[in-house]
Design a protein around this ligand. Structure first.
Ligand SMILES: NC(=O)c1ccc[n+]([C@@H]2O[C@H](COP(=O)([O-])OP(=O)(O)OC[C@H]3O[C@@H](n4cnc5c(N)ncnc54)[C@H](OP(=O)(O)O)[C@@H]3O)[C@@H](O)[C@H]2O)c1
Length: 321
């Protein structure tokens, strides 16, 4: 597995990290079995994946518990990147970001307890505050948690360029976690200057577009209500048609290279010079093993060209987002 240094840190991350949202179960279909999730984590380690992305929100701590169980007894502990701030608001069932000092501290302590760690390797603000807390309070608190040794490095997810420029003056933020895939490239229009200005690492989430880029959905899928994709517009209509055309051609190319389609889609993400690593979600050992093959694309500009040509071929069916 290829690795890449997260700028401003000593974290040498495998270019594919394992995303743990699905193994938290809630929102990702309730047929996910914890025993299979544990095997998936072990498959990730065996494939050279050395970091995991989790969050308090993922199954309200369940993803952390599964991860901790899977890692207990491992002689070499991987990097754990987790998040902070987002919580369910009582009975409303809506998750909201609360970023005042008291909540940040309580959330970090709860994560340390669940993960059985003394410090969090990379703590990322999950999404911008919805309770009016100024950036200064939030990021000065995170900087204090770093000085206290509870947090090794600070990152953010889902912030726009202006907020990034401001918050960088309050804390040593090293990374931006943001959606990025063959089907979602807003990062290139919106964030590249701010990333370069501050030397941020980029951790690409949803790199398979929630499974669309694996090519496995031959027609519009029907998901149960328990799967968040039952409410995701991208799994129907024009977006689905476009995604499927792209995935179909990626599949043909993948067969020529004798790799899974998911590896081609992830390989394109990992090969982008502004990306440090892609966070691939997975539920089973087999999915992990397929996704881990993506690192083979990093040194293959010809393969990346072929993938760009596939996108170009289908540009007319691409819906405006
Ligand atoms: N910071 C944020 O706000 C944020 C937001 C979203 C995600 N994330 C992070 O990014 C990670 C990845 O994003 P994501 O999980 O939403 O989407 P994703 O990685 O694009 O898709 C993951 C899903 O695709 C399917 N899949 C994965 N590998 C496959 C394979 N080889 N063959 C067939 N199907 C496969 C699995 O679902 P099925 O088997 O059910 O199809 C899996 O749960 C998350 O786990 C989380 O850690 C962060």
């Amino acid at each position: 597995m290829r690795t890449s240094l997260l700028p401003g840190t000593d974290l040498e991350l495998s270019v594919i990290g394992m995303g743990c949202w699905a193994i938290g179960k809630t929102y990702w279909w309730d047929d996910v079995e914890d025993a299979t999730s544990v095997e998936a984590v072990h498959a990730a380690l065996d494939a050279g994946i050395n970091w995991f992305d989790t969050a308090p929100l993922y199954g309200e701590g369940h993803a952390d518990e599964v991860l901790r169980e899977a890692l207990s007894g491992c002689s070499e502990q991987p990097v754990i990147a987790t998040k902070v701030g987002v919580m369910f608001q009582g009975a409303s069932g809506h998750a909201e970001s609360k970023l005042d000092e008291a909540h940040l501290r309580a959330d970090v302590e709860a994560s340390l307890t669940r993960l059985k760690r003394e410090a969090i390797d990379l703590l990322q603000v999950h999404w911008p505050c919805q309770h009016g807390t100024p950036l200064e309070e939030t990021f000065m608190t995170l900087q204090a948690l770093k000085a206290e040794g509870k947090v090794r490095h600070i990152g953010v997810c889902n912030y726009g360029p202006d907020a990034l420029d401001e918050l960088m003056s309050y804390a040593d933020v090293v990374s931006l976690q943001t959606p990025y895939s063959l089907l979602r490239r807003e990062l290139e229009q919106e964030h590249l200057p701010v990333i370069a200005r501050h030397g941020l690492g980029v951790l690409a989430y949803e790199p398979l577009c929630r499974g669309l880029l694996t090519g496995k959905f031959l027609k519009e899928p029907r998901f149960p209500d328990s799967d968040l994709r039952s409410r995701d517009d991208r799994f129907s209509g024009r977006f689905f048609t476009h995604a499927n055309r792209v995935a179909h051609d990626l599949g043909k190319f993948a067969r020529r290279l004798e790799v899974p389609t998911s590896a081609v889609a992830l390989g394109w993400v990992c090969a982008q010079p502004h990306v440090t690593a892609a966070i691939a979600g997975a539920k089973t050992p087999e999915q992990v093993r397929q996704n881990a093959q993506a690192h083979r694309f990093i040194d293959q500009p010809e393969a990346v060209d072929v993938i760009e040509k596939i996108l170009h071929r289908h540009r007319r069916s691409r819906p405006q987002t």
